[in-house]
Design a protein around this ligand. Structure first.
Ligand code: ZN
Ligand code: ZN
Length: 260
């Protein structure tokens, strides 16, 4: 019996993003969009000792992904994996001593986990998503992207579990409170994924192997969790994916461990 891969989403919204993933022997933190105190409190509340973390991976330099990075990296004194342009875009202090820059698209071996990075179309210097493989399981993290290029569809093939962005409902965004320039940014090919794009991805491409789909990085102004859920659930029904379990992350709620 293989040890399950455990995945804990500490936060997923434009107010902060951070996730913990472990195969039982290697423990990783992906993004640090919460303060050190809050990150460690949420880990400990779920029975994870923050001192066990082996490495940090960063997706991109937007503050909802890195605001807690300096304090967390200096405290842990463990490697921080990020691309060179992302490292250059950060205002850094002593935590830069732990940076391990890599090229977007590189494959990394961190402890017992194989990590594949892939480029994302998003308005940051050099944003990446990741897949994690261990114990014959594959987990993908794919948020902060304006559309779904074929290269990303390729990397997300055969994920047992996938955290995918379902940021906004297009109509809510259009009539919502954002200034026009920000609406254009969010809608652009370097912005964020809409519920409809996620629905189309489910209809066209999601792998029959995927057993758990988690929708995250929802906008609090331009989406409702129930709406994102309904749109994705309809697509899952139409594809007849009866083994696919769907959940949507409420921006301000704590989420339990997911094991696959
Ligand atoms: Zn973000
Ligand atoms: Zn971003």
């Amino acid at each position: 019996m293989l040890f399950p891969v455990r995945f804990l989403i500490l936060a997923s919204s434009s107010a902060g993003n951070s996730a913990y993933i472990s195969d039982g022997s290697t423990h990783l933190l992906v993004d640090c969009g919460l303060s050190r105190k809050e990150t460690f409190a949420r880990l400990e509340a779920n029975g994870v000792n923050p001192h066990c973390l082996d490495a940090i991976l960063v997706t991109h330099e937007h503050c909802d992904h890195v605001s807690g990075l300096p304090a967390i990296a200096k405290f842990l004194k463990k490697p921080v994996y990020l691309t060179q342009p992302t490292a250059a875009a950060l205002e850094t202090g002593k935590e830069a001593a732990y940076f391990q820059p890599f090229q977007a698209g590189a494959k990394l071996r961190i402890g017992s986990i194989d990590v594949q990075s892939f480029s994302l179309p998003h308005d940051a210097e050099d944003p990446v998503g990741y897949t994690f493989q261990s114990n014959d399981r594959k987990v993908g993290i794919c948020t902060d992207l304006g559309y779904m290029p074929d290269s990303i569809r390729f990397h997300l093939q055969d994920c047992d579990m996938l955290l995918l962005e379902s940021n906004h409902d297009l109509e809510m965004l259009k009539v919502g409170p954002y200034p026009w320039s920000l609406k254009q940014r969010v809608m652009s090919r370097r912005g964020h994924l809409s519920n409809d794009v996620v629905s189309q991805y489910i209809l066209d491409d999601i792998s029959p192997r995927t057993r758990k789909l988690v929708l995250g990085h929802l906008s609090e102004q331009n989406n409702f969790p129930a709406l994102a859920h309904m749109v994705a659930a309809q697509a899952i029904d139409r594809r007849g994916l009866s083994n696919l379990d769907l959940s949507v992350l409420e921006p301000r709620q704590l989420h339990p461990f997911i094991e696959i």
